[in-house]
Design a protein around this ligand. Structure first.
Ligand code: SF4
Length: 510
């Protein structure tokens, strides 16, 4: 079944590159008397941009946990009937884009494990670990096996938590296991009655706490709180574990905070209506555009965004330059979200599937085109060509982030270093490669200033190559690390083996 839903890029001249993709969105609710599955559904809907490969919700009612998950968008995985069957007062939700492990049903989340005492544990993870190989070996020493062939760092974390919880309870187990995990992780997890949330000591990915009239919510972004009617309370602090049950909310520290929030969340990943560390993402993007106009001015007739992620920065560029803002490209908002495999003929339409030019607006104009970032350069090349064909006299490209030169190991899937256009070419080389009349990237200092965060509290590794969380050797990191092990490709003294499918805890759509 999974195979029918996977898509893969087939290159063509105009083929837009896949956008940088975030690993996941997480959402959790503790709210007796509320329809927690439906709240989680809407929360995941608000976080759909963070992961579109799979979605899942677990619900606990004090006695048992039921998990429902499948490949596809939130709206494809759940319907009224399924949501109505998920009854309880604790829910954990997840939408997935894979950065460790393939796109399979087994790798969809929430993950599920039982402890030796028979208690359940369901977990959703946003981020990417850098000591997965070490954790895998520890799990193997404990005799813990991969569940149903799952090949994710998230499954190993769940296994270690479940193994440790058997004799000391989940809260104490989390306080002991979490300090041994390195990398980026925002976790939302539950047993039969308690909701937990934890954030890595660097706080790479966002995680926030919200209040409902009769309960609590945790979510990857503040926008998801707004959408379910929860009020923002505060961020889950880096290195903090939160537990919520009938005794109220408990907060514990499992590590000293060393904040290194992801700068790219402000550029592209987070919703514009989200706030991170008290700073509005939309306002940040507008300010980046203003600064871009100061750093890279050019005479032109119209500032146009690449919709929709380039729109706030284009508004800022127009404000900063005094050149009018206009719409020249119309986005087909739903085409990138289909799981229907396009035919070769359709694929060759490339960027035209996604963006359509407004020829009346474009013809005879000198355009400034504002985009959020450049990864491989394919999208911008196709765009410049499309705008020239639509009659643009000049096309000046302005980018609301510095050149992406390094891969991310903390939860974003850009491309390999060799594929990044900024890695092999200088500025003029990139300009010629995409066919623009001029090209300008905002500086790192301007981007950081726009975010209003202290430089020391940010990760900017994809721009600078300075990774704030130490990385292991190349052989011990990578999306398919655990799959290589299971196939016997990478060495391991005690390889994990699929334990076989056990359906007692998880429902699967037939
Ligand atoms: S490397 Fe880039 S995308 Fe990854 S966490 Fe750091 S700033 Fe974010």
């Amino acid at each position: 079944m999974a195979d029918q839903f996977t898509t893969g890029p087939i290159p063509s001249f105009d083929q837009p590159e896949p956008e940088p993709r975030e690993e996941c969105g997480v959402f959790g609710v503790w709210a007796p008397g509320e329809e927690v599955a439906k709240l989680t559904y809407y929360g995941l809907y608000a976080l759909q941009h963070r992961g579109q490969e799979a979605a899942g919700i677990s619900v606990a009612d004090g006695h048992q946990i039921v998990v429902f998950k499948d490949l596809g968008l939130v709206s494809q995985v759940f319907d009224e009937q399924v949501l109505s069957s998920l009854r309880g007062h604790v829910a954990v939700g997840h939408c997935r884009y894979s950065t460790t492990g393939s796109t399979t049903w087994e790798n969809a989340q929430p993950t599920f494990r039982t402890t030796a005492t028979g208690s359940g544990l369901s977990l959703g993870h946003n981020g990417n670990l850098v000591n997965t190989a070490e954790l895998r070996d520890r799990a193997a020493e404990l005799g813990v096996k991969s569940r149903n062939g799952a090949t994710t760092d998230s499954d190993i974390m769940t296994a270690l938590l479940a193994a440790s919880a058997a004799d000391k309870g989940l809260e104490q187990a989390a306080l002991e296991v979490l300090p041994t995990i390195r990398g980026a992780y925002c976790l939302v997890f539950s047993d039969e009655s308690t909701l937990y949330a934890a954030r890595d000591p660097h706080g790479v990915r966002p995680l926030v706490l919200g209040r409902l009239e009769r309960g609590w919510v945790v979510a990857s972004e503040t926008a998801a709180l707004d959408i379910v009617g929860a009020s923002f309370v505060r961020e889950v602090e880096p290195g903090e574990l939160i537990a919520i049950d009938t005794d109220g909310l408990r907060s514990s520290r499992f590590a000293s905070p060393e904040p290194k929030g992801c700068l790219f969340e402000y550029v592209y990943l987070a919703r514009p209506d989200t706030s991170i560390s008290g700073r509005s993402v939309h306002a940040t993007r507008v300010e980046i555009g203003r600064r871009l106009a100061v750093e890279h001015p050019v005479e032109a007739d119209l500032v146009v965004p690449v919709p929709e992620s380039g729109t706030p920065a284009a508004i800022g560029y127009a404000q900063g330059s005094g050149i009018p803002f206009g719409t020249a490209l119309v986005k087909n908002a739903y085409v990138g979200r289909t799981f229907i495999q396009p035919s070769q003929t359709i694929r060759q339409l490339g960027i035209r599937l996604k963006l359509n030019p407004l020829r009346d607006v474009i013809r005879g104009k000198r355009l400034i085109v504002v985009d959020d970032s450049v990864v491989r350069g394919n999208t911008q090349r196709a765009l410049v060509r499309m705008l020239r064909e639509a009659g643009a006299l000049e096309v000046h490209v302005r980018i609301a982030s510095p050149p992406v030169q390094w891969p991310c190991f903390y939860g974003i899937d850009f491309a390999s270093r060799a594929e990044l256009v900024a890695n092999g070419l200088d500025l003029d080389g990139i300009r010629r490669s995409i066919g623009a009349d001029s090209l300008g990237y905002v500086s790192l200092d301007a981007l950081i200033a726009a975010s209003e965060q202290p430089k020391t509290r940010l990760c900017a590794a994809c721009f600078t190559g300075e990774y704030p969380i130490e990385l292991p050797d190349d052989a011990l990191i990578g999306k398919h690390l655990l799959e290589g092990i299971e196939k016997g490709v990478a060495g391991s003294a005690a390889p994990l083996q699929p334990a076989g499918y056990g359906a007692e805890d998880a429902l699967r759509r037939p």
